[in-house]
Design a protein around this ligand. Structure first.
Ligand SMILES: NC(=O)c1ccc[n+]([C@@H]2O[C@H](COP(=O)([O-])OP(=O)(O)OC[C@H]3O[C@@H](n4cnc5c(N)ncnc54)[C@H](OP(=O)(O)O)[C@@H]3O)[C@@H](O)[C@H]2O)c1
Length: 329
């Protein structure tokens, strides 16, 4: 390791631990040394699905993928918003192919119907980004009776990954990315009440917990698919100016607004992961084109027994096979 890389490593770690790294200053500084952009047209001839692409980070991500030549399957639950965002992407990336995909990913019956439909229409998928997210203030349930954030952040993405695996394998080189949040650092994996049925529902706390679950789930998938052509990663985008932040965290937005990243900046690492497929070490958690810890010292990693219990719970809830390697920790 030379002096420059030691120095950039120290600056990077300070940015991360001080949270300055989450702001646009973080990406602005790291851009000086982070890995190269994907080549122009890196995704020409390839298909990418982006969930939650009718706003914020997802819409910007769809645009970035389209600019790299991908056929973008732009997924949302509201047909009007999907049509509108597809129009935005086509305008921003002239000549691009954008396909409207309608699915409420928290509704497991809708996920089954949509994945069946997509599997009948396309042969292979080079990218799948689980970007859709929500932070409701009150506890709500999906048609199957699951707590909404659990369903939207964990159960739906898991079921989609499972059912689109043949398409991901067929691409002979594909990536799945779970868009988590730095908020997950505040929440250890808890398996005692994953449906958040206790009477003290706190949307922000449940958000952090389900974002932690995404990181654990992505690692389990990465371990399960090790040695195949499908890579699975999770990441956080930093603090990004989006409709979701304005709606769910208005005070946070007011205080941090001058420092918030724009949506394309928030989308950057997901696009880079799919377009370049970098080598990935255990834990598979990224931010600003570099791997990051999933826990800090005092958290002492994930409890393997809790991870195993969690994976058992979500496979049962989604009626999928419980075939994990048990090494995600
Ligand atoms: N912005 C940040 O600072 C930040 C920080 C950390 C992590 N993240 C993560 O980044 C992702 C994108 O965040 P954002 O700030 O861009 O959010 P946003 O502005 O609220 O956009 C969220 C998108 O997800 C869609 N969505 C929500 N529930 C869905 C469902 N059940 N089925 C299908 N689509 C659904 C929304 O569609 P509707 O319009 O129909 O609701 C919308 O298109 C989220 O996973 C979020 O947790 C964001």
């Amino acid at each position: 390791m030379n002096t420059t890389s030691v120095l950039t490593g120290v600056v990077d770690a300070v940015l991360d631990r001080s949270l300055i790294g989450y702001t646009k200053l973080g990406s602005g500084i790291r851009r000086l040394w982070w890995p190269a952009d994907p080549p122009a047209r890196a995704l020409a001839g390839k298909r990418v699905v982006v969930t939650g692409a009718t706003a914020g980070i997802g819409e910007a991500m769809a645009t970035s993928f389209a600019r790299l030549g991908a056929t973008v399957h732009l997924l949302g639950r509201n047909p009007d918003k999907v049509r509108q965002s597809a129009g935005v992407v086509r305008r921003e990336a002239p000549g691009s192919v954008v396909i409207d995909e309608i699915c409420d990913i928290g509704d497991l019956a809708a996920v089954r119907a949509w994945t069946d439909d997509l599997s009948g229409r396309v042969d292979a998928l080079a990218g799948l980004v689980h970007n859709a997210g929500a932070m409701p203030r009150e506890r709500t349930e999906t048609p199957q009776g699951h707590e909404t954030q659990l369903a939207c952040h964990v159960l739906g993405p898991h079921l989609i990954t499972e059912r689109l695996l043949p398409l991901l394998n067929a691409a002979k080189g594909s990536s799945v990315v779970f868009m988590s949040s730095g908020g997950m650092y505040s929440a250890p994996l808890r398996v005692d009440d994953i449906e958040s049925t206790g009477g003290d529902y706190d949307g922000v706390r449940v958000y952090a917990r389900t974002k932690r679950m995404q990181v654990v789930l992505a690692e389990a998938w990465a371990d399960r698919l090790a040695g195949t052509d499908v890579r699975v990663e999770s990441m956080h985008p930093g603090w990004v100016e989006t409709p979701g932040v304005a709606d769910a965290l208005p005070t946070f937005r007011t205080i941090t607004r001058p420092l918030l990243r724009d949506a394309a900046d928030g989308a950057d690492t997901a696009v880079w992961l799919v377009a370049t497929r970098p080598e990935s070490r255990p834990h598979h958690f990224w931010h600003d084109r570099a791997q990051r810890p999933t826990t800090f010292g005092w958290q002492r990693g994930q409890d393997p027994a809790a991870v195993s219990l969690f994976l058992g719970q979500i496979t049962a809830m989604t009626d999928t096979a419980n075939v994990w390697s048990g090494s995600a920790n």
